[in-house]
Ligand binder design. Structure first.
Ligand SMILES: *[C@@H]1O[C@H](CO)[C@@H](O)[C@H](O)[C@H]1NC(C)=O
Ligand SMILES: *[C@@H]1O[C@H](CO)[C@@H](O)[C@H](O)[C@H]1NC(C)=O
Ligand SMILES: *[C@@H]1O[C@H](CO)[C@@H](O)[C@H](O)[C@H]1NC(C)=O
Ligand SMILES: [Zn+2]
Length: 507
C-alpha cells in the first residue's frame, strides 16, 4: 500500500503545480495507469504485516539511496559494468547485507558439479593420492590413485602434493584456482569476447572440476561442502541438475552409474540430519545436448531406473550444454516425446540472443513437451504466444541473471528481459546456475542484482518475499514436504524481519 500513498502525494503535488491547465481527468488517468501496472508486478498481491512494513521502509530507504546516487552519477553505476568488476564491492551495500540474511527458500536451477566455490575446491586438492598432469593443450587432468595412474597423459603424472612442495605453495594454489573459476579479480579477458569463446572456457573449467570430484571419497566431501555453502546463504531446499558419472575408488574399482545418485541422496540425508532446518535435495538427471540419440536414450533409461529405485529423490530430466551449439529439442523430439509420460522435464530453453533460430525455438518444444519449468527462458520475451502460455499453464521461469551476464547474453542487467517478466507478474524463480564458476554467492548475488539492477525502483520487500515463495511453490516437492518447507521458511522469515528492524535507517 506504500505505492498508493506515494501516488496520492504525487496527485496532490500535481494539482498544486499544474493549477487549472491540466484537467483532473488526465491526472486521475495517470494515477490509474501507474497503479494498474504496480498491481500487476510480481509480489503485488502480498500484504505485509506491521513488522514487515517497517522492515520494508528500512530496506527501501537503502534501495532508493543507492539507486538515486547512481541515477545522478551513472559513471559509478555498477550494474552496467561487468559483474567481475563490482562483485567484490557488493558486500558493502546495505541492501545486500539485508538480502544476505534473508531466507530464500529453494534453489531450483543449479548444476551440482559447479555449485562449490574455488576456495573449497582447492581445499579438496589437499586430499592424498591426487595425481596431476597436463594434456596437449595445457588442460589439467586429475586422477586419484595408489600408484602412478596407468591412464595415458601428455606430460607425466606427478603427485600434486610433490608439485606443491617444490616451490611457493601459495602461488601454486593461486594458479591452480584459476582452473576452477572464470573469475580472476576483474573482467579482463571475460568481457567483450564472443559467446562461444566464453562457453569454451566455461566447459574447460567444468571438465577439470568433474575429474577432481568423481573420486568417490571426494564426491562425498564435495557435495556435503556444496550443500553447506548453500545452507549458509540461507537456502532451505535444492533441486540439483547432474549428469550420471561413474565414480571410482583408489584401488581402481569403478561404480555403475546408479551409484552416484545413491551417494548424493545419502549425503543429502546426512546433511539433513546434521541441519534439521534444511528440507532436502532432489535430482534432475541431465545429459549433454551434443550427445547422440543412443547416448541420450541410455541416460533417459538410467533416469527411469533412478525413478524406480528412488522415486522421492528423482525430480526429472534435462539436457545441458550451450544451446546455440548443441542439438535442439526438436531434433531429439521422438525420444523426448516417448519418455514424457515417465519423466518430468525441466528443459533449458532460449538461453540465447539469436532470435528465430533453432535455439530460440527450443522454447516452443519445452512448452509442448510439458516442461514443468523452463531454464533461463531468456529469449521468451520475444514470443508473445509463449508468454501467454507460460502464464496460462503456470510454467515457472528459472532465471539466472549473473549467469546470463557472465556468459555474455547481457552487458547491462537493466536490459535483462527479467524486468518485463517481473512487470507482467510471470511465475519467476531466481537461481544461480553455476555460482562456483564465477565466484558468486549461492543465491544472494542473484537476488541483490535483480532487486537493484533489474526490478523497478518501486519493487520492494514484497517482490523479494514472492520470489522466495515462488521457489517453494514451483519446486517439485510433494504436498507434505512442501508444507514442511513453507513452515521452515516462515519461521526463518519472521526472525529475519526482526533482525532488519534492529537496523537503523540512520546508520
Ligand atoms: C559500486 O562500486 C563502488 C566501488 O567501486 C562502491 O563504492 C559503490 O557503493 C557501488 N555502488 C553500488 C550502487 O553498489
Ligand atoms: C579443508 O576444509 C576442511 C573443512 O572446512 C578443514 O577442516 C581443513 O583443514 C581444510 N584443509 C585444508 C588443507 O585447508
Ligand atoms: C576397492 O576399494 C573399495 C573402497 O575402499 C572397496 O569397497 C572394494 O572392496 C575394493 N575392491 C578391491 C577389488 O579391492
Ligand atoms: Zn543451467
Amino acid at each position: 500500500m506504500a505505492f498508493v500513498s506515494t501516488t496520492s502525494v504525487l496527485f496532490i503535488l500535481f494539482i498544486s503545480i499544474s493549477g487549472k491547465s491540466i484537467p483532473n481527468s488526465y491526472i486521475e488517468n495517470r494515477i490509474n495507469l501507474i497503479e494498474r501496472e504496480v498491481d500487476m508486478q510480481l509480489g503485488s498481491e502480498l500484504v505485509l504485516n506491521d513488522d514487515e512494513k517497517l522492515a520494508n521502509e528500512i530496506l527501501m530507504h537503502w534501495k532508493q539511496k543507492e539507486i538515486e546516487e547512481s541515477f545522478r552519477n551513472p559513471q559509478y553505476f555498477n550494474f552496467s559494468k561487468h559483474y567481475f568488476d563490482y562483485k567484490n564491492d557488493i558486500p558493502k551495500s546495505k541492501v545486500y547485507q539485508i538480502i544476505r540474511g534473508m531466507p530464500k527458500g529453494a534453489v531450483l536451477h543449479v548444476h551440482s558439479s559447479l555449485m562449490l566455490s574455488a576456495d573449497r575446491l582447492l581445499n579438496l586438492t589437499y586430499e592424498n593420492n591426487l595425481y596431476m598432469c597436463k594434456n596437449e593443450i595445457g588442460d589439467l587432468q586429475f586422477r586419484f590413485s595408489e600408484d602412478i595412474p596407468k591412464w595415458p597423459c601428455h606430460t607425466s603424472w606427478v603427485l600434486l602434493s610433490d608439485l606443491r612442495s617444490l616451490g611457493d605453495a601459495t602461488k601454486f594454489d593461486e594458479s591452480l584456482k584459476n582452473y576452477f573459476t572464470l573469475f580472476s579479480g576483474s573482467s579482463r579477458g571475460c568481457d567483450k569476447i564472443d559467446i562461444n569463446t566464453i562457453w569454451r572456457k566455461f566447459e574447460k573449467i567444468s571438465n577439470v572440476i568433474s575429474q577432481l570430484i568423481i573420486y568417490r571419497p571426494v564426491t562425498e566431501k564435495f557435495f556435503y561442502e556444496a550443500l553447506n555453502e548453500f545452507y549458509n546463504d540461507n537456502i532451505q531446499y535444492i533441486e540439483i541438475r547432474s549428469g550420471l558419472k561413474s565414480l571410482y575408488e583408489l584401488n581402481g574399482t569403478v561404480h555403475d552409474k546408479l551409484y552416484m545418485p545413491r551417494l548424493y541422496r545419502d549425503v543429502a540425508e546426512r546433511f539433513k540430519r546434521d541441519h534439521p532446518d534444511f528440507v532436502g535435495v532432489k535430482l534432475i538427471v541431465t545429459r549433454h545436448r551434443l550427445k547422440t540419440d543412443e547416448e541420450i536414450r541410455k541416460t533417459i533409461n538410467l533416469a527411469r531406473q533412478v525413478k524406480q529405485e528412488m522415486p522421492s529423490f528423482l525430480a526429472g530430466f534435462d539436457l545441458v550444454g550451450q544451446e546455440d551449439l548443441g542439438r535442439s529439442l526438436s531434433d531429439i523430439l521422438p525420444l523426448l516425446n516417448e519418455a514424457k509420460n515417465d519423466l518430468k522435464y525441466y528443459f533449458h530453453g532460449g538461453e540465447t540472443n539469436w532470435y528465430g533460430t533453432s535455439t530460440d525455438e527450443n522454447l516452443f518444444d519445452a512448452v509442448l513437451l510439458g516442461s514443468k519449468r523452463i531454464g533461463h527462458a531468456y529469449g521468451l520475451i520475444k514470443h508473445p504466444s509463449l508468454l501467454m502460455a507460460v502464464k496460462q499453464y503456470d510454467i515457472a521461469l528459472e532465471v539466472n541473471v549473473v549467469s546470463n551476464a557472465v556468459l555474455g547474453l547481457v552487458h547491462d542487467v537493466r536490459n535483462h528481459p527479467l524486468a518485463t517478466y517481473l512487470a507482467l507478474g510471470l511465475p519467476v524463480v531466481l537461481s544461480s546456475d553455476d555460482p562456483g564458476v564465477w565466484g558468486a554467492d549461492p543465491l544472494s548475488h542473484d537476488f541483490y542484482i535483480t532487486f537493484m539492477g533489474v526490478a523497478s525502483k518501486r519493487a520492494d520487500l514484497r517482490l523479494l518475499k514472492q520470489l522466495a515463495i515462488n521457489s517453494i511453490k514451483y519446486s517439485t516437492l510433494d504436498i507434505k514436504n512442501k508444507e514442511a518447507l513453507y513452515s521452515v521458511f516462515h519461521t526463518k522469515w519472521d526472525v529475519f524481519i526482526k533482525q532488519v528492524l534492529t537496523l537503523s535507517t540512520n546508520l
